[in-house]
Design a protein around this ligand. Structure first.
Ligand code: AAL
Length: 425
């Protein structure tokens, strides 16, 4: 018995080896079956596929954008009710919060700057002259009955006196409803933006009503990382949602060095709106983006990843709120979009998605009159509406839009030198 067992094993292994070495494994390029069908299969077909076709079936919620719940175009409408001083750069409204519906109206909060001049850069800035568009700002709010015409209600969170967190500027806010109270998270600048970089932590104020009064927590609630960590200088764009019974607050940090600044998104989780927040060990959780818009979708979290990084202009989805994959690629994504998300704070396990919100344009006029303006965006990233116009995969731009992306003088000179180098003596 003791001799037989190893012998049987040996013979078995030999037979396996012989089988493998003689077996003909068909290579995908030797496939001789029917060609890819004219009618696009809804399910991944059982045949060899190129890498692109594998990805088209495995990487996206549907093989065509029209059927992809996370694909949409974006339509924009100018808002009524906001004055910008003839767009001379002295008034700016930017970085809107999510929109909420309360007291039978919509509410939005945003960065509001009203300064004697437009932004002048860090070197020329002082106690009244802003360095950047969001310097020397306060947080204001507006209400609306239809989402198109807004009534500005005034300040929600003013800059506190020095040296409190945010004394230089309070900006880029977002709203959380939790336990019957309201919390506004915002960037609290304690030095002029642009002196070193755009450096700040996040602070929070709370209120019993969306109309305030707002009580500052007066402490940093999401601190910068330790020296040498990716988020050591800035915590930007705080964005709280309620997910898995906790507060999931996403944020951006600027890191690496100029001129190759990197922007990625992190996540901090808390059981209490005033903290402590625990930063996720896998941070950064989104490799790209800037002023990222997020919302509960199905069992996970979806994100509009705009500007910056390899994956800009994508709509991503993380079934667990942490591990994001590209679900769609689109164009003209809203900058700093703050959507109306009816289930942002309901701890939903089947997020319904979004159809509109408020975003901003930052290049409204010239650089000398630099300021931003709020704008409405509409889309179909919702399980509940099916708007074929929003699902069309191409957007037509007029020639002016392309010509606005003109060559610089330096590029012209390079091309002229290339032309010259081709000339024969
Ligand atoms: C925006 C946001 C943050 C930055 C600044 C104001 O793009 O990312 O808010 O600090 O610009």
């Amino acid at each position: 018995m003791s001799i037989l067992r190893p012998l049987i094993c040996f013979l078995f292994l030999c037979s396996l080896f012989t089988c493998q070495s003689t077996e003909q494994v068909a290579k995908p390029e030797d496939y001789t079956g029917p060609a890819f069908p004219f009618l696009l299969p809804e399910e991944k077909p059982d045949r060899p596929l190129s890498a692109a076709l594998e990805r088209n079936y495995d990487g996206y919620p549907a093989p065509q954008p029209q059927a992809n719940e996370l694909y949409s175009q974006f339509k924009y409408t100018e808002l009524k009710g906001f004055d910008y001083n003839d767009h001379d750069g002295t008034i700016s409204r930017r970085d809107p919060s999510k929109v909420i519906f309360d007291n039978n109206k919509y509410y939005v909060w945003y960065t509001y700057r009203n300064t004697p001049t437009s932004p002048q850069g860090a070197d020329k800035s002082n106690d009244t002259i802003p360095s950047a568009d969001w310097d020397l700002s306060d947080i204001w709010y507006a209400t609306s009955s239809d989402g198109f015409t807004w009534e500005e209600q005034g300040v929600a969170i003013p800059r506190p006196p020095k040296p409190a967190v945010g004394w230089r500027s309070v900006t880029t806010t977002d709203i959380l409803e939790w336990g019957g109270k309201y919390y506004l998270y915002y960037q609290g600048f304690m030095e002029t933006s642009g002196k070193r970089g755009d450096d700040c932590p996040v602070a929070v104020s709370w209120a019993e009503s969306p109309d305030g009064p707002w009580t500052p927590h007066s402490k940093v609630v999401i601190p910068n990382g330790k020296e040498g960590e990716w988020d050591q200088y800035s915590i930007h764009d705080p964005y709280p949602l309620v997910y898995k019974g906790k507060i999931y607050l996403y944020y951006k940090s600027d890191f690496n060095k100029k001129p190759n600044l990197v922007r990625m998104q992190g996540l901090a989780i808390a059981d209490n709106p005033l903290g402590p927040f625990t930063k996720h060990p896998l941070n950064p959780v989104i490799s790209s983006g800037h002023e990222t818009t997020l919302f509960p979708f199905k069992t996970g979290i979806a994100a509009l990843v705009i500007r910056d990084g390899n994956e800009h202009n994508t709509i991503q989805y993380a079934p667990d709120g942490v591990n994001f994959d590209i679900a769609a690629i689109s164009s003209l994504l809203p900058n700093a979009g703050g959507p109306f998300i009816p289930d942002a704070f309901t701890n939903t396990k089947n997020g319904r998605g979004i159809t509109w919100g408020i975003s901003h344009f930052t290049n409204v006029t010239t650089w000398a009159q630099n300021h931003a303006a709020l704008v409405r965006f509409d889309c179909d990233l919702s399980q509940d509406i099916h708007d074929p116009q929003m699902k069309a995969a191409h957007v037509y731009f007029k020639p002016e839009t392309y010509y606005q992306q003109g060559l610089s003088q330096k590029q012209r000179e390079r091309i002229a030198a290339e032309n010259k180098s081709l000339l024969k003596e």
